[in-house]
Design a protein around this ligand. Structure first.
Ligand SMILES: [Ca+2]
Length: 457
């Protein structure tokens, strides 16, 4: 019997997360080989590595930090003086005060460097909603984006690279490495993405001062993905908001890659056969069904899916079209409108910041496209502000974001005339798969709004 929705699904989610972390901790602990001491309040264990480095482990948490031998020499005298509770001479007091400051600086620098921060690797086909997802990550505290890998999808992979660099520039984070990946799906040709995000994928609002492609890394996206995960085993959350070609190629090159991930967060697929690209196909899966099949079957790590219908059901409020067509009337009526009718998207874009102005510029095309009959038909639960990719990102950023999820084995239809690319949810167990994915059902929308607002501050 498979777990269905919460509270069962939520409990399974928590249990599997806990088990996965415990397993990762166990793996880390096996690398240690020594024991040193403790200070009151928080217990620390220092264990030495053969490479003349030592690991500092907070026993109460799950975070591991690295200290050099030189840094160890700095805080070891402090630890011993703190433990000896005798009256200190003025000279010793001065030395202890100095040591305490050094200790605090050491702690802060370690936490900043590799302690509390979540490590993300993002695979995109930017894409205005990819831009929104990237900005969500860059606006979140304690998050390190280790790199952005680009793939075909909403536009050509060259445009995707260009757009991604523009987003990073708007956020003043051009130091984040960007890698170019696959320019077409594993089989067949690139799907026509339509024009929801504009011809260039970023709202057809060009920037004459946009960063050039010379800023791209020389390394290919697929090998970069493998390298970055190998350098941070058990720590990287991989967020995929595009056709899954890069991820599929990566796991074929490095089959152990999924076992080294902290988690995989995907925007893609559908649960009710509702298509936004073909009759039954969601765009990211339909753009490369073989890649989606490989990823859903070979990534055995904790996997979280933000599917098309879910994003529609959890839309945010739009502008009030009928009234914004009449700005003078809207201005007169606004003071008398209940506060609850204030639309999120308006408030979001009206923030006085460079990021908000950038988003207003690139988002205008999508706002207009959303008024079309075609898009209205695509939406499952009526029109609204659906930032699809941001839901997968939010789940990766905040472990408490998902309130309710289904937990089932999933796969992808590869051969149907009308159903190629459709996600398959095995609610009974016909596929005999042991790995199950968490399919998001209910999320903390208030938290989502806060994260979105912070992204444009
Ligand atoms: Ca995307």
């Amino acid at each position: 019997m498979y777990a269905s929705s919460s509270p069962v699904g939520g409990a399974v989610l928590q249990t599997e997360r806990k088990a996965y972390r415990q397993e990762q901790e166990k793996k880390m602990k096996t690398n240690f080989s020594g024991f040193l001491g403790s200070v009151p309040g928080v217990v620390f264990i220092l264990r030495f590595l053969p490479s003349n480095l030592c690991w500092l482990q907070s026993v109460r948490g799950t975070h591991y930090r690295v200290a050099t031998q030189q840094q160890r020499k700095t805080f070891l005298p402090l630890m011993s003086s703190v433990r000896k509770k005798r009256k200190l001479t003025p000279s010793e007091q001065w030395r202890q005060s100095s040591a305490e400051q050094q200790w605090q600086l050491f702690q802060n620098s370690q936490e900043e460097r590799c302690g509390m921060s979540k490590k993300l690797l993002v695979d995109v086909d930017s894409g205005v909603d990819d831009a929104q997802a990237i900005m969500l990550a860059l606006g979140a505290p304690d998050v390190t984006v280790l790199g952005v890998t680009c793939v075909h999808g909403n536009t050509t992979v060259e445009n995707v690279c260009r757009n991604t660099l523009r987003v990073l520039k708007a956020c003043n984070q051009l130091e984040i490495p960007v890698f170019k990946g696959a320019d077409k799906p594993i089989l067949g040709n690139m799907l026509d993405p339509g024009h929801f995000h504009g011809q260039d994928g970023l709202g057809d609002a060009p920037d004459p001062n946009a960063p050039g492609l010379d800023l791209l890394q020389k390394e290919n996206a697929v090998s970069a993905m493998i390298r970055i995960v190998n350098e941070n085993p058990g720590e990287v959350s991989l967020v995929a908001t595009a056709p899954l070609t890069n991820l599929a190629l990566a796991v074929r090159m490095e089959p152990s890659l999924p076992s080294k991930l902290r988690g995989l967060y995907i925007m893609g697929g559908n649960t009710e056969s509702r298509g936004n690209t073909s009759v039954c196909g969601e765009f990211n899966f339909t753009a490369d069904p073989e890649a989606a099949y490989i990823v859903l079957n070979e990534y055995q790590c904790p996997t979280y899916l933000a599917c098309w219908e879910f994003t529609c059901h959890n839309k945010l409020s739009w502008v009030i079209f009928s009234l914004t067509f009449l700005p003078h009337l809207w201005k007169m009526l606004q003071p008398f409108v209940f506060f609850s009718l204030q639309e999120f998207c308006d408030t979001w874009l009206a923030q006085d910041s460079h990021k908000a102005r950038f988003m207003s510029q690139i988002f205008q095309h999508s706002i207009e496209a959303a008024k079309t009959e075609r898009f209205q038909k695509e939406c499952v639960a009526g029109a609204g502000f659906i930032s699809c990719d941001s839901y997968a990102m939010a789940a990766a950023l905040d472990d408490s974001f998902i309130i309710e999820s289904d937990c089932y084995p999933v796969s992808v239809e590869l051969t149907g005339t009308h159903t190629r690319g459709m996600m398959v949810v095995d609610t009974v167990g016909f596929l005999k798969k042991t790995h199950k994915a968490f399919i998001m059902k209910k999320v903390d929308l208030e938290r989502f709004k806060q994260m979105m607002m912070a992204a444009l501050k």
